[in-house]
Design a protein around this ligand. Structure first.
Ligand SMILES: *Cc1c(COP(=O)(O)O)cnc(C)c1O
Length: 375
């Protein structure tokens, strides 16, 4: 039996909740299930407002609109991230300024930010890689002093903490992904978390095609009309029904992921040290969200040999982000080889191990056993 890299977890309640949505007769956006998901997110995270969206990509696009990002503005992003972190702002005409990552956590290197900030900098977008928090104290302090907004791309980090505070609660906004590769999912989905109350009303408008429809449904206006920019970012209540099953099971899902993460960390530590391989580093003041587990192999060659060796044994491991500053699009914004050396190096050495809730003990033994034999 092959061990895939990812297998979307099911709690067992998804289908009955979806059936309930059908029977309720409300399967467009903002139905009862959407409200229940948003309430859980708001209460468990303590954010002012949580709005379900069709994806994390769309939540990032909403954030860029809400901040009125415009041509000429600069947005500081890590080069080691998913394209959407950057695209959402580029869509509004902004120029991305790529920041290298820390060699320990692979998060945006806050020590480089002072040199990247210019009078045109409008936003910094930290990505909590693997659900291990960026250095938020330094980032928030710098941003505050320069009047720059912070939007956390928290696609990996739901329920992770930095100095005891939940990831996604630092910036004026944060974005979540419920894509099937994430800890909790509904196939495709996301959320915009809002920590600045002044942004809530306009966020509802942007998410509702630029209309004040949400106010209309609450009886705050007697008809609804076009009032601002907007698009259609509401997921169907069918997907929210699926997601509710996952959110209700968050504690056990996270607990199982923690066990898997710790199994890898414990059983690979000695081997890694002996072979000069790096495992994820968790600073003492960070509680991870147990999103992924990676190895940093000594070279690209070693990485490729391990991936193909595991594949021959029916185990799927994968690499991750390629440096965005030297992608064809990144080069159009002036990105050059050498700009972000840590990103360039680690993106060619990193391999992610299978990571999903239904991995059992025998699977884990087989994966770790194979790694030890292969390298
Ligand atoms: C998965 C991911 C996204 C995109 O999420 P979607 O919900 O698929 O749009 C954005 N940023 C990061 C860091 C991600 O891992």
């Amino acid at each position: 039996m092959n061990i895939p890299f990812n297998k979307p977890h099911l709690t067992g309640r998804e289908l009955s909740y979806m059936a309930e949505a059908v029977v309720n007769g409300h399967i467009s956006g903002d139905g009862g299930f959407t409200k229940r998901c948003q309430t859980i997110l708001e209460q468990s995270l303590g954010v002012t407002n949580a709005l379900l969206t069709t994806s994390c990509t769309h939540a990032l696009e909403m954030a860029a609109m809400l901040l009125d990002v415009k041509p000429g503005d600069e947005v500081i992003v890590p080069s080691f991230t998913f394209v959407s972190t950057v695209n959402a702002f580029v869509l509004r005409g902004a120029r991305p300024v790529f920041c290298d990552i820390r060699p320990d956590t692979l998060n945006i290197d806050e020590r480089l930010l002072p040199d990247l900030i210019s009078p045109r900098t409008r936003v910094i977008v930290p990505v909590h890689y693997g659900g291990i928090g960026c250095e938020m104290d330094t980032i928030m302090d710098l941003a505050g002093r320069h009047g720059i907004a912070v939007v956390e791309d928290n696609a990996h980090g739901l329920f992770g903490r930095y100095r005891g505070k939940l990831l996604g609660t630092f910036g004026s906004m944060a974005t979540q992904s419920f894509h099937e590769t994430k800890n909790l999912h509904c196939g495709e989905g996301g959320a915009l978390l809002i920590n600045d109350p002044a942004l809530v009303e306009r966020a509802e408008i942007i998410r509702e095609k630029g209309t004040n429809r949400s106010r209309f449904f609450r009886g705050q206006v007697d008809k609804y009309t076009w009032v601002d920019l907007g698009s259609s970012y509401l997921p169907s209540d069918l997907l929210a029904a699926f997601l509710l099953a996952q959110l209700e099971a968050a504690e056990s899902i996270q607990g199982r992921r923690r066990d898997i993460w710790e199994y890898y960390a414990t059983h690979l530590a000695g081997w890694a040290q002996e072979h000069g391989i790096l495992l994820p580093h968790v600073p003492e003041h960070c509680d991870p969200s147990w999103h992924l587990f990676y190895l940093l192999m000594p070279s690209l060659d070693d990485r490729q040999r391990l991936i193909s060796g595991l594949k021959e044994r029916g185990i799927l491991s994968v690499f991750h982000y390629q440096s965005l500053h030297v992608s064809p699009m990144g080069e159009r914004f002036g990105g050059r080889i050498g700009d972000c050396p840590v990103t360039e190096k680690f993106s060619s050495q990193l391999v992610r191990l299978p990571f999903y809730n239904d991995l059992n003990k025998a699977d884990l033994e087989r994966i770790v056993g194979s790694i030890l034999e292969l390298y």
